[in-house]
Write a new protein. Structure first.
Length: 135
C-alpha cells in the first residue's frame, strides 16, 4: 500500500535540471500510482516548492545542478525539522562510494544510480516504505 499524506494522495517532488528526467520520472511514478508530482530545476527552486507546496512524501533529487546542487539541497531540507518525514532519494550519475556515503550522511534516505529502470525506482520506493515491491 502506498503511504499517503492526509488527503490520501502521495506527493512527490522531482528535482533535476534536465527536463527529460522530469518526464521519465512522471511516467515511472505515474505507473506506480503517484500522480501528484511537482518539479524543480535546482535545489534552490526545490526549497521554494517545498515551502510553498509541501509537504511531500518523496523528493527525488539529482546531485549535479546549477544554483544549488543536490547534496546542499539535502542538507538544507534536513536542517528544516518540519520536513523530517519527507523521504529523499538521491538519483544521480555520481557513483563514487565517498559520494554515496556523503549523501546518506547529509540525510538522503537512499541512493539510485542513473541510468535506472522503472523496476529499480519501484524497488527503492518499496525500501523506503512508499510503494509495494512486486513479488
Amino acid at each position: 500500500m502506498v503511504d499517503t499524506m492526509s488527503n490520501g494522495s502521495m506527493r512527490a517532488l522531482v528535482v533535476d535540471d534536465f527536463q527529460t528526467i522530469h518526464q521519465i520520472m512522471r511516467r515511472v511514478l505515474g505507473a506506480l500510482g503517484i500522480h501528484d508530482i511537482s518539479d524543480a530545476v535546482d535545489g534552490e527552486k526545490a526549497l521554494e516548492v517545498l515551502e510553498k507546496e509541501g509537504p511531500f512524501n518523496l523528493v527525488l533529487v539529482d546531485w549535479y545542478m546549477p544554483v544549488m546542487n543536490g547534496l546542499d539541497f539535502v542538507r538544507a531540507v534536513r536542517a528544516r525539522r518540519h520536513h523530517d518525514s519527507t523521504k529523499i532519494l538521491m538519483v544521480t550519475t555520481e557513483a563514487e562510494q565517498e559520494s554515496i556515503v556523503a549523501a546518506l550522511d547529509a540525510g538522503a534516505d537512499d541512493y539510485l544510480m542513473k541510468p535506472f529502470t522503472p523496476e529499480m525506482v519501484e524497488e527503492k520506493l518499496a525500501i523506503l516504505g512508499l510503494c509495494p515491491a512486486k513479488g
